[in-house]
Write a protein that binds this ligand. Structure first.
Ligand SMILES: C[S@@+](CC[C@H](N)C(=O)[O-])C[C@H]1O[C@@H](n2cnc3c(N)ncnc32)[C@H](O)[C@@H]1O
Length: 284
């Protein structure tokens, strides 16, 4: 099983669109100023915001792969250390300490949480600020069966002010994963329908949501994302006028139904349809 925290490339690919906390962190860092300490800084997604403001920044993380990426990303700007939020001593005090993106939830016991808070407290300057960005999970979600994926869409819609566009994106993911999903279903042929009817972003969201279980699968899915990033949504080549003139079907419900069936067949056949398949639908 792949641990996403050993795989910076994968982590960054999955979170490339996640920017909603950047403004929030930036707002506080501008107000409080440095030195700034981030716990669980990862590959530097939020470090970027602080460093762009020219503040003195230190990030710690438990993943040596992530720390390595962050160090090379910012080329000596900021300090990144491999360290455990539950037990660290940087011999420095900070004006602003924060832990973003639910990372505090990696403290799975009260003892670990208390140790982290104690370490934070030891690193705070007088009048310093500690910011903990966390979502409050529904307990029934936390005790879920580990082998089943439970989409948390309803909870998020309820809890957060999610735009209509994002709600639609989440609904498409939710709908897809309601069925038992096998990696064998992740083929271009199967995704064409979603691509055509729901658009490029829907396919990319669905693939990104998949938990990667092996490097082989991960490679296949990353390749599939690339295919859909470049693919153009085709236009249905058969219109109502063709059916009306060539097959004498009058305007109305039957025409609509036939067109819908032709379109479905065309999408299923990788956006191709033969004359004889059209005729079969017309006659049937
Ligand atoms: C959800 S990621 C957040 C990363 C980054 N802050 C971001 O916003 O993209 C959680 C991070 O917590 C780190 N982590 C988990 N347990 C940790 C611990 N005990 N001490 C420090 N970092 C830890 C992981 O390595 C991972 O980088």
């Amino acid at each position: 099983m792949i641990d996403i925290y050993n795989n910076p490339e994968l982590y960054d690919a999955i979170h490339s669109n996640y920017i909603r906390d950047e403004k929030f962190i930036s707002k506080y860092s501008q107000k409080i100023r440095g030195p700034v300490l981030e716990l669980a800084s990862g590959t530097g997604r939020l470090s970027k915001v602080i460093l762009e403001e020219g503040l003195d920044y230190t990030g710690i993380d438990l993943s040596k792969e992530f720390i390595k990426v962050a160090q090379s990303r910012f080329k000596g700007n900021g300090d990144f250390f491999l360290d455990d939020m539950r037990n660290f001593n940087l011999k420095k005090k900070f004006k602003f300490v924060f832990i973003g993106f639910n990372s505090f939830l990696h403290n799975l016991t009260n003892v670990d949480a208390a140790k982290t808070i104690e370490c934070v407290s030891n690193h705070m300057l007088d009048n310093g600020v500690f910011l903990l960005s966390i979502y409050l999970p529904d307990p029934s979600f936390l005790i879920r069966d580990q082998n089943i994926l439970y989409p948390a869409t309803d909870y998020f819609f309820y809890k957060f002010n999610i735009s209509k566009k994002d709600q639609k994106r989440l609904r498409v993911i939710n709908f897809f994963y309601k069925e038992k999903v096998n990696i064998k279903n992740f083929t271009e042929n199967n995704f064409n329908k979603i691509f055509y009817f729901n658009g490029r972003q829907a396919v990319i969201d669905i693939i990104n949501y998949k938990l990667f279980k092996s490097r082989k699968v991960e490679k296949k899915l990353i390749k599939l994302i690339e295919v859909y990033k470049n693919k153009i949504i085709p236009t249905m080549p058969i219109g109502a006028n063709v059916l009306m003139t060539k097959y004498n079907i009058p305007e109305g419900k039957i025409l609509g139904n036939k067109l819908k069936m032709i379109e479905e067949m065309w999408v299923k056949n990788d956006f191709q349809i033969l004359d004889k398949q059209i005729q079969k639908i017309i006659k049937g």
